[in-house]
Ligand binder design. Structure first.
Ligand SMILES: [Zn+2]
Length: 345
């Protein structure tokens, strides 16, 4: 099977560079709308701003839905401090240590974008050598230094920056010569790229999936909203979301993880087993894993009471919700298993 890795990585890098913190995903969604349209797939939009495109299947009924989320971690301006720095409130679950020193984009209500950096209040070791490494990084102790001449709250307000403005973290995507992909927000933009690579494979090879399949881009996963506004006839949901690589986990950056259980729910054994069998039959490197603190579009949908079967697969990713890393092989294996699933009974 020849999947188009160049296309996949180009799209991945492009969307990694579009800021899309939960609550402000419209620019990325519009970009992906164009991607669907480039394949001649009509795009539907939910009231909440998620989108999906549908490819008709060989057989009627038992429709499938494949999801990946475009929303990422981020923050909003919580408070403008008297010294012209910003306090933040987090969007999604991450530790403030993981974004210390990161460059950010502050988007005003009117759409103007300023840059800045997340720093501890006491950042300079020359000045605070006694405390700099001891102070816990929290919403109270970190701040944003805006790259403008601001010394007071009023200076910041004069720029048009206000409480509630979205703050996005620089993703910093890099692909190394030996195939490692490093970036923030590989969760879940790597999987979004995998989804489109699967679509492209079907289109390029003039293949019809076994069942009518809806390809869904969700936009509030990191907050735990799950899936909403999905097509009525959806019989099963396959979430594409990252496998967590680390101590006590089987996931691997070069393999595709098939999730047995996350912190919300065990996944259906029959559906998981179909995916394992496909991986084995087709020689696709895979790991079955149990995720410790984790929910996916599929497991969250189950908690909402959606009556559909559900599973979750994704490439293994190291240091999730920090500066993440995966490998091109893991991306390729994820695409292959997705395509096998789309074509299988
Ligand atoms: Zn995710």
């Amino acid at each position: 099977m020849n999947v188009d890795l160049k296309y996949t990585l180009d799209l991945m890098l492009e969307i990694l560079k579009i800021n899309s913190p939960g609550g402000d995903t419209s620019e990325a969604i519009e970009r992906l709308e164009k991607e669907f349209e480039s394949f001649g797939i009509e795009v539907k939009r939910t009231n909440k701003g998620a989108i999906y495109g549908t490819i008709k299947g060989e057989l009627e009924g038992e429709e499938r839905l494949v999801s990946a989320h475009i929303d990422t971690l981020g923050a909003v301006v919580k408070e403008i401090k008297a010294n012209g720095r910003l306090k933040l409130s987090n969007i999604g679950g991450f530790s403030w240590n993981s974004v210390e020193g990161e460059n950010v984009y502050i988007k005003t209500r009117k759409g103007k974008v300023y840059t800045g950096t997340i720093l501890p209040e006491k950042a300079s070791i020359h000045i605070y050598s006694d405390v700099v490494s001891q102070v816990e990084r929290t919403e109270e102790t970190i701040e944003v230094r805006i790259d403008e001449d601001v010394r007071s709250e009023q200076d910041v307000k004069d720029l048009g920056i206000a409480v509630g403005d979205f703050v996005s973290f620089e993703a910093r995507p890099i692909i190394t010569e030996n195939g490692y992909i490093k970036s923030r927000f590989l969760d879940d933009k790597a999987c979004v790229a995998v989804m489109f690579a699967g679509i492209k494979y079907l289109i390029d090879n003039k293949l019809t999936p076994k069942r009518t399949t809806h390809f869904f881009i969700s936009n509030y996963e990191e907050i735990g909203h799950g899936l909403y506004g999905i097509p009525e006839n959806t019989a099963e949901i396959l979430a594409l979301d990252i496998g967590t690589v680390g101590q006590g986990h089987t996931s691997d950056e070069k393999s595709v993880t098939i999730v047995a259980k996350d912190s919300r729910t065990p996944y259906d054994f029959g559906f998981r087993n179909r995916l394992v069998q496909l991986a084995e039959e087709k020689g696709i490197p895979y790991r079955v894993d149990v995720h410790y603190r984790y929910g996916s579009d599929a497991s969250l949908a189950m908690l909402q009471g959606v009556d559909a079967n559900f599973a979750c697969i994704g490439m293994g990713v190291d240091a999730t919700h920090h500066y993440e890393r995966t490998h091109i092989d893991g991306v390729e294996n994820n695409i292959k298993l997705l395509i096998e699933y789309l074509m299988a009974d």
